[in-house]
Design a protein around this ligand. Structure first.
Ligand code: FES
Ligand code: FES
Length: 160
């Protein structure tokens, strides 16, 4: 029998609350209860990164994070990157400019990891960036362009 629990958290900058099934993953809560379909269901076992979201500033596989654990947290998804008039963020634009999107399934997850990288304010080498992005799988294999988009945005933010 399903059991429900009230959770309250911050979602893309706004306080929200919802009764959720205690067995639901954060992926399912975000997609089904909040219609945030940028959060993709890929492997659902923590292997591909398609479901990545930021939880208190750190990227997590939301498919292996229980929805009830979101209580009291600050959750951000790709939808939260848009400006007030729907303008794209610099990293989203860079993915377009560098043709780092093919089918697009892996893209939101990659971008959320990129946001964590960019918000660290650090400059990473190519090797370090490859490692930081290595938790993601792109079945279209567009890795080089993705790396270019992240590198370009990192350099632009650092004024290089
Ligand atoms: S769907 Fe979560 S890691 Fe693959
Ligand atoms: S663009 Fe298709 S899976 Fe990455």
């Amino acid at each position: 029998m399903a059991q429900y629990q009230l959770i309250k958290f911050t979602l893309n900058g706004k306080p929200v609350e919802k009764y959720i099934d205690v067995r639901a993953s954060l992926t399912d809560v975000l997609r089904n209860e909040f219609s945030l379909t940028s959060v993709k269901k890929g492997c659902e076992v923590g292997e591909c990164g398609a479901c990545n979201v930021l939880i208190d500033g750190e990227c997590y596989n939301s498919c292996i994070f229980l929805g009830v654990w979101a209580n009291g947290k600050n959750i951000r998804t790709l939808e939260g990157l848009l400006g007030s008039n729907g303008e794209l963020s610099d990293i989203q634009q860079a993915f377009i400019d560098e043709t780092a999107v093919q089918c697009g399934f892996c893209t939101p997850g990659f971008i959320m990891t990129a946001v964590e990288i960019l918000e660290s304010g650090k400059e990473y080498s190519e090797e370090e960036l490859r490692k930081l992005l290595s938790g993601h799988l792109c079945r279209c294999t567009g890795y080089e362009n993705i790396l270019r988009a992240v590198t370009k945005t990192m350099k632009a933010r650092l004024g290089k």
